[in-house]
Write a protein that binds this ligand. Structure first.
Ligand code: 5GP
Ligand code: MN
Length: 349
């Protein structure tokens, strides 16, 4: 029921971490609850073992993730610069968590490509690059935080998981499942969830802070986007939301304010996939979500040089917003061919 780890891999990981003095835990650009939850959760355990374990991200995490214990101590490259890179390069072990390709860590990429110690990948994204000395890649799992919990059990270190570590791991699970709404139908998830609750995690508070919290301007921006900017293509089973820089600015947009917006059109019966285009200064940020087996990661890699999961993917389009919108509309018919009976059934409820 739980993921089947290779026994030798687990022994190697145990050996590496046990003999390490310094461990760098690295999360991806625009860190989300899972990137932070998995790295911080593991860092708490390693510190409890007397290791000097530090968490690094390319940029600062959003404010709402401060509910995760230790989030304030993260070393973001945007604040620490070369000091962060050199710490990673010199660490005994570098844990690359919640990302599958080195470019996902942006300005920390040179550091993780030139480490003195060993690199370990711990991740749940499809098609991982082979850049690590040891890899734990489990795409069917809800989150890297869930994977980390299974790993800690397999390592025999579950007794070292305290309330802070458990809170971080549960936070990552809650973020990546939208509060147990999606990607969360595997029984093995609930085995670790039950054990995390046993560590004293306040699950309801985490759901409130991580899923059911917004701010006034973000709420108004989402309402505007849905009321005035959502285009529904019923025949194509798709929806599109476009926000220009001017619109974002007029609502005082801050990073993260439209998190979740792209999911909303999937609440409409009949819609199989949803796309949100946000104008950034240098590119158009593409976000896609889908139901069942409709592969938005394929669309994102095919058209926008991006990728991600089957049901949640993204990319950056280097062209004008008009071109990006046209590209989306031009592909509506073609995309219908990717629609399985299961996807249609999921959409029609
Ligand atoms: P979001 O729409 O929240 O930005 O991204 C959803 C998921 O798509 C992310 O968890 C990540 O796996 C993937 N993703 C987003 N942007 C990119 C991108 O530019 N490149 C790749 N390869 N994946 C992305
Ligand atoms: Mn994740």
């Amino acid at each position: 029921m739980s993921p089947e780890f290779n026994r030798e891999d687990i022994q190697r990981l145990k050996g590496l971490l046990t003999s390490a003095r310094t461990v760098a835990l690295v999360g991806h650009l625009a860190p989300d609850g899972d990137a932070l939850g998995s790295t911080l959760g593991m860092a708490h355990v390693l510190r409890g073992m007397g290791k000097d374990a530090r968490v690094f991200t390319p940029d600062e995490p959003p404010h709402y993730l401060r509910v995760l214990p230790g989030a304030r101590d993260i070393m973001a490259f945007s604040s620490f610069g070369e000091k962060a890179s050199s710490w990673i390069r010199n660490a005994d072990v570098v844990l690359c968590m919640d990302f599958n390709a080195t470019y996902r860590v942006s300005r920390l990429q040179p550091a993780i490509e030139n480490v003195r110690g060993k690199r370990v990948l711990i991740d749940h994204h499809e098609n991982p690059e082979h850049f690590a000395d040891l890899s734990f890649s489990f795409p069917p799992l809800s989150s890297t935080s869930e994977l980390t919990a299974h790993l800690l059990k397999a390592l025999g270190w579950w007794n070292r998981v305290d309330t802070d570590a458990a809170t971080c791991l549960m936070g990552g699970i809650i973020t990546d499942t939208g509060g147990f709404r999606y990607n969360s139908s595997m029984p093995c998830l609930y085995l670790v969830v039950a054990d995390l609750l046993g560590k004293g995690v306040n699950k309801d508070r985490l759901v409130r802070c991580l899923v059911s919290t917004t701010n006034e301007s973000a709420m108004r921006l989402e309402s505007y986007a849905l009321a005035k900017k959502m285009e529904v293509f019923h025949d194509a089973r798709a929806a599109l939301i476009v926000l220009t820089r001017d619109e974002l600015n007029s609502y005082g947009y801050k990073k993260g304010d439209t998190e979740g917006l792209v999911n909303r059109p999937l609440e409409i019966p009949g819609i199989v996939y949803s796309c949100y285009l946000r104008q950034e200064p240098e590119y158009v940020k593409v976000s896609m979500r889908s139901l069942a087996d409709f592969p938005v990661n394929l669309l994102c890699s095919r058209h926008y040089g991006g990728g991600g999961h089957l049901n949640a993917a993204g990319g950056e389009f280097r062209g004008t917003m008009e071109e990006c919108i046209q590209l989306f509309k031009d592909n509506l018919q073609e995309n219908l061919k990717l629609m399985s009976p299961a996807a249609l059934k999921a959409a029609d409820r």
